[in-house]
Design a binder for this molecule. Structure first.
Ligand code: C5P
Length: 229
């Protein structure tokens, strides 16, 4: 039997980017490395939780002691997250592509002189909002979202928390002029604000692994131990 402050808890985590196909060889994506989400999965497992990590395409190894479901697209990520329920805690660290192509081509698009193709896009489902808005009982007791911003970090994160229906937002400044020299995306450091109903905490720059441990420690405080019978 697992020991640790999260023993007996199931934690669902999304991490990494999604890839939205244009044709069999091309896709739309973003700069997420998955480092922060994978670090949270590792920290939750180290605290004794049963962890399901739904990961988009990343070049990171699967964290030890974690059940990893590998997906490519936002729709696959939503399906895998829903299939992983019930969960006590859910942390949505993935950088999901906001849009996918309306119609991915079945064959490689050719540069055949007939002009430049136009990409028609449609909106992807919002995985965080979908799961945060599930009815009580099916909704994880603690739902945590992320917000990557380049300005007005706290104001945007506060609005995002309300809009998505989640309990906490972990917000960071991903601009080049932010607190982390060289930027957050792809790097090993992060500096965040934890935005909750009770207020806002600033966590100054630290290794992503340290931010993950700190978030897991806050989760432990919030959910408490499972009563022993
Ligand atoms: O709206 P925005 O992308 O800024 O929100 C970021 C938060 O929402 C992150 O926690 C991200 O994982 C989640 N999200 C999601 N599905 C989407 C878009 C964002 O789960 N389609």
């Amino acid at each position: 039997r697992a020991t640790g402050a999260l023993a007996g808890r199931h934690v669902l985590i999304t991490s990494g980017p999604t890839h939205e196909p244009i044709d069999p060889v091309r896709y739309i994506a973003n700069r997420s490395s998955g480092k922060q989400g994978h670090a949270i999965a590792a920290a939750a497992a180290a605290a004794g939780a049963r962890v399901t990590l739904v990961s988009g395409p990343v070049s990171l190894p699967d964290p030890p002691g974690v059940t990893v479901v590998h997906v490519e697209t936002a729709r696959q990520m939503l399906a895998a997250a829903e299939a992983a329920l019930p969960a006590d805690i859910a942390v949505f660290a993935a950088a999901v592509a906001d849009w996918r192509t309306a119609d991915a081509a079945g064959q490689k698009m050719k540069k055949d002189g007939s002009g430049t193709p136009a990409l028609a896009l449609v909106e992807n489902p919002d995985i965080l909002a979908t799961i945060a808005r599930l009815p009580a009982g099916r909704r994880p007791g603690l739902v945590v979202g992320f917000a990557a911003e380049t300005e007005n970090v706290i104001a945007y994160a506060t609005a995002k928390r309300a809009r998505k229906g989640c309990d906490w937002i972990v917000a960071n400044d991903v601009s080049q002029s932010g607190e982390v020299p060289g930027g957050v995306m792809g790097g090993d450091s992060n500096a965040v604000y934890l935005v909750a109903a009770e207020g806002v905490e600033h966590w100054p720059m630290a290794a992503k692994s340290e931010v993950a441990r700190r978030l897991v420690a806050r989760i432990v405080e919030a959910v408490g131990p499972i009563a022993q019978e």
